[in-house]
Ligand binder design. Structure first.
Ligand SMILES: Nc1ncnc2c1ncn2[C@@H]1O[C@H](COP(=O)(O)OP(=O)(O)O)[C@@H](O)[C@H]1O
Ligand SMILES: [Mg+2]
Length: 389
């Protein structure tokens, strides 16, 4: 079975998760369930971390971003090489490596504009983005660097093709739904970092000692995000450092414990609300499977379990299904990359609203695959007119 590598750095920006798994093609022609082989997480280097954080707030120049993009590629390449050394697997045994790239900016679709564009009968493709309100995003971690420095064929940036096909617009059928419920860990991390210097509330210990600040919880729950209908994405401009800083300023006298408890309850209630508003009216659910680093925040998980139990729902963690919670996202990108490499559809139009099935992702081939090198001699000169063009 071919080895596949998947990497991920999510909006928590806590580190780069790298996973090695094996995936094959099943009898039905679809990718098989990935088998977990090995994994590790590397920290973002201290000199890069503040630059990427600045990029999230649009505070990094394009010139600086250019260097960060390449350096981030080197971080991913190092993580991959370290993982392969640990697992005793050679690059040539790995069929493909996949990751989505660090999202620096993401603009949601403007449904009203899309509707207006469609009714205008415009045939302009350019208008889709200049006037039509189609979604767009900017993702870093240069795949040329990753493919070159690992010598592994790399697939990245799964979203742009989906965006161009109208994904995240309004899907017509709701057989499968996929959308963001709201905040995760970012504001929790930001508050504990600002107040104590620690990067996260280990096992939710501080939050466990806090009391919910009801007026703050009510204010958080009134956020504009909750007016958006699925499919929808939440990211740092919605529930990020800036919003958390604003809360820290206005609730300066509140204890860190109380703030963390309130933010954990906010995450739990927004998951509950998404289920109640969008899922339970459509289908019956008995079990909710959680994954990601937030599952280790015991207080968050306690709040979530309690809230969901009021609707008769059982909460469990994806490890129970052989999917290590901490590496689920990285495994997902390994699977998407494998499908792309094999030319298999890897989107779900019914979930994203894309107009057709497609092969999401951009492919960069491993240098070792280069052929046609036999007849090139040092006498062959490649002449061009120089950098200035
Ligand atoms: N032991 C733990 N206790 C509490 N929170 C944790 C723990 N381990 C991880 N986390 C939380 O999970 C976050 C990382 O989760 P992750 O799934 O990697 O998110 P992302 O995909 O956004 O990077 C951390 O920033 C932290 O908030
Ligand atoms: Mg992470």
């Amino acid at each position: 079975m071919p080895y596949i590598v998947g990497l991920n750095s999510g909006s928590s920006f806590d580190g780069v998760d790298a996973v090695l798994c094996t995936i094959d093609i099943d009898q039905d022609g679809h990718p098989s369930r990935p088998k977990f082989v090995d994994a590790l997480t590397v920290d973002w280097p201290d000199e890069l971390r503040p630059l990427v954080i600045r990029a999230f707030d649009n505070q990094l120049s394009l010139f600086d971003m250019t260097r960060v993009n390449y350096a981030a590629g080197a971080v991913y390449a190092e993580a991959t090489n370290k993982l392969l050394a640990k697992a005793g697997v050679k690059p040539e045994e790995v069929e493909v490596l996949g990751y989505d790239g660090q999202t620096v900016y993401q603009e949601p679709p403007d449904r009203q504009k899309i509707a207006d564009y469609i009714s205008s009968g415009s045939k302009s493709l350019v208008d889709l983005w200049t006037k039509g309100g189609f979604p767009c995003g900017f993702f870093i971690v240069e795949s040329g660097v990753v493919a070159a420095l690992t010598d592994i064929t790399t697939v990245t940036q799964f979203l742009p093709v989906d965006h161009a096909l109208g994904g995240s617009g309004a899907p017509l059928v709701h057989k499968t739904m996929a959308f963001d419920t709201g905040p995760g860990n970012v504001m929790l991390d930001h508050v504990i970092r600002a107040r104590t210097g620690r990067s996260y509330d280990k096992d939710g210990e501080m939050a466990a000692r806090g009391q919910i600040i009801e007026p703050l919880l009510a204010e958080l729950q009134a956020h504009e995000f909750f007016q958006r209908k699925p499919p929808r994405s939440a990211w740092r401009l919605d529930f990020g450092s800036r919003y958390a800083d604003d809360i820290l300023e206005r609730y300066a006298s509140a204890s860190t414990e109380d703030l963390l408890a309130t933010l954990a309850m906010f995450t739990a209630t927004s998951i509950e609300r998404a289920l109640v508003d969008f899922i339970l009216p459509k289908t019956s659910v008995t079990k909710v499977v959680a994954s990601g680093g937030g599952t280790r925040n015991t207080t968050l998980m306690r709040f979530l379990t309690e809230r969901l139990a009021t609707h008769g729902l059982k909460t469990c963690v994806s490890d129970e299904f052989g999917m290590p919670a901490a590496y689920k996202e990285a495994i997902k990108f390994a699977t998407l990359a494998f499908a792309a490499k094999r030319g298999l559809a890897n989107n779900i139009p019914a979930a994203s609203g894309a107009s057709s099935f497609a092969i999401l992702g951009k492919l960069t081939l491993a240098p070792r695959l280069a052929r046609g090198t036999e007849n090139i001699t040092s006498n062959d000169l490649f002449i061009d007119d120089g950098w200035a063009g």
